[in-house]
Ligand binder design. Structure first.
Ligand code: ADP
Ligand code: YYY
Ligand code: MG
Length: 191
């Protein structure tokens, strides 16, 4: 059974930044749904490139069959990992139900790391991220934040009802955020 930690929060809340540090220090493998989709978009011969780019620019969510298969393939390719940081997933009901259907019974969901940060701070970070992303512009960001508020936050609330959410305030220096995140992982892995 694969250990899985979901990492959620608004665009720009620091999910990728924190996951990279956890991967380096705790042996979890970082799987960013967004990175996997961008790689699939670029892959020669992919039938999904245009569809993925449409969703990315529009801030909407790619159908789960595509995203979940990318995640599962990446997990199979990293069997030796202590666990997986599934970053930016599940982002809506379709993601959640598709994941349960495809991965239910194959994974141990440890907890949901929720990086909370005010939206205006997050937008500002994305606008200065400097990764040349086609969706780090004011127009796409407006739509991504709307998608987050309308579709992703309710998923976090569902997990919250099951006592699975560990919230860390990410409107602080990265080192402080990281310290709190490490404590969350320590507590979870002591059990
Ligand atoms: N705690 C923080 N304080 C200030 N800037 C941050 C912090 N965490 C991340 N950043 C910066 O904000 C931008 C978005 O971070 P990123 O990890 O890509 O977020 P996400 O994956 O949630 O969209 C990056 O430029 C990153 O360097
Ligand atoms: N589960 C997911 C994750 C991302 N996507 C698409 C739509 C998202 O706006 C983009 C970018 O996601 P990504 O996680 O890289 O974005 P942030 O790190 O939150 O800024 O990818 C998706 O369709 N389904
Ligand atoms: Mg990211």
């Amino acid at each position: 059974m694969y250990n899985v930690v979901f990492v959620l929060g608004p665009p720009g809340s620091g999910k990728g930044t924190i996951c990279a540090q956890i991967q380096e220090n705790l042996g979890y493998v970082h799987l960013s749904a967004g990175d996997l989709l961008r790689a699939e978009r670029e892959r020669e011969g992919s039938q999904f490139g245009a569809l993925i780019e449409g969703h990315i620019k529009n801030g909407s969510i790619v159908p789960v069959e595509i995203t979940c298969s990318l995640l599962e393939n990446a997990m199979i390719a990293n069997k030796e990992a202590n666990g997986f940081l599934v970053d930016g997933f599940p982002r809506n009901e379709d993601n959640l139900s598709g994941w349960k259907k495809q991965m239910g019974g194959k994974v141990n969901e440890q907890f949901v790391l929720f990086l909370s940060c005010p939206v205006d701070v997050c937008i500002d970070r994305c606008l200065h991220r400097g990764q040349g992303r086609t969706d780090d512009n004011v127009e796409s960001l407006k739509k991504r934040v709307e998608t987050y508020n309308q579709q992703t936050f309710p998923i976090i609330e569902q997990y919250e009802k099951h006592g699975m959410v560990r919230e860390v305030n990410s409107q602080r220096p990265i080192s402080e955020v990281y310290q709190d995140v490490v404590e969350v992982f320590s507590a979870a892995n002591q059990k």
